[in-house]
Design a protein around this ligand. Structure first.
Ligand SMILES: C[S@@+](CC[C@H](N)C(=O)[O-])C[C@H]1O[C@@H](n2cnc3c(N)ncnc32)[C@H](O)[C@@H]1O
Length: 230
């Protein structure tokens, strides 16, 4: 993974409330199903649901690291995040967060919740996995969520990675996958070019639907991809 601030993939985490909005979820539908947060980073979605007794796991390429190493990685990323987001008022919508400082404050709260839980459940609920190959059995999960990796980082990950990753998520899911966002980074709000090609090439494996969501931070980021296995 390259690591200058313009080309790296951030190790950051969004909150439970953001996940609920980004993926148009409701608590009731999450009960009694197996959920995977794929490329979960420092999100607190998993810790929030684990505390409430839901059946959820998180997978990420960096979950081989111990909690101290992960903490350092998060702190490094926060230091550059403020720089990157200050002055982007014309590119992002500050409705959910009031301003860059408030965003960082919330992200720090989220990562602290994540670290506490990660220290307890590393290797049990937080599993190391490298897309496009995941360490889970066929059809194991009912719902696979993936936020802020695919499509967003299309310039770094390439088309084959995207196609193989979505095929892999279909393999481990018995029912549904949701991916958010479908716009590309620094694309001025335009959708990833990979989206229509993926839908065309994988339409015999699943139904693809672009769904409006009640969450918007980056320009054009009010849609997710819902994939239902046929
Ligand atoms: C921007 S973060 C998003 C984290 C979380 N999903 C969220 O929205 O808050 C992207 C995550 O993808 C992870 N990642 C990058 N490449 C990966 C791969 N090949 N397999 C699994 N995870 C990967 C990174 O370690 C990072 O945690």
């Amino acid at each position: 993974m390259v690591s200058d601030k313009n080309s790296k993939i951030w190790f950051l985490g969004r909150s439970y409330d953001e996940y609920i909005k980004m993926f148009s979820l409701n608590k009731e539908e999450l009960k009694n199903i197996r959920i995977l947060d794929c490329a979960a980073g420092a999100s607190s979605f998993t810790s929030h649901l684990l505390r409430k007794g839901y059946d959820i796991k998180a997978v990420d390429i960096l979950y081989n690291k111990n909690p101290e190493e992960i903490k350092k990685q998060c702190q490094n990323d926060f230091n550059t995040l403020l720089d990157v987001h200050s002055g982007l008022d014309n590119k992002v919508n500050w409705k959910f967060f009031k301003n860059p400082e408030n965003m960082i404050e919330q992200r720090i709260k989220v990562y602290k919740e994540f670290i506490t839980d990660y220290s307890l459940y590393k290797g049990i609920k937080y599993i190391e996995g490298h897309l496009p190959s995941l360490p889970f059995n066929d059809n194991y999960f009912d719902l696979v969520l993936s936020s802020h990796l695919l499509f967003l980082y299309q310039d770094r990950l390439g088309y084959d990675f995207h196609r193989k990753s979505i095929e892999e998520m279909l393999r481990i899911s018995s029912d549904e996958i949701r991916i958010y966002p479908i716009v590309k980074l620094r694309g001025e709000g335009s959708k990833s070019e990979f989206l229509s090609r993926i839908i065309k090439e994988l339409c015999n494996l699943a139904n693809f639907e672009i769904v409006k969501v009640d969450y918007k931070f980056r320009r054009g980021g009010d849609e997710m991809l819902k994939i239902t296995k046929t």
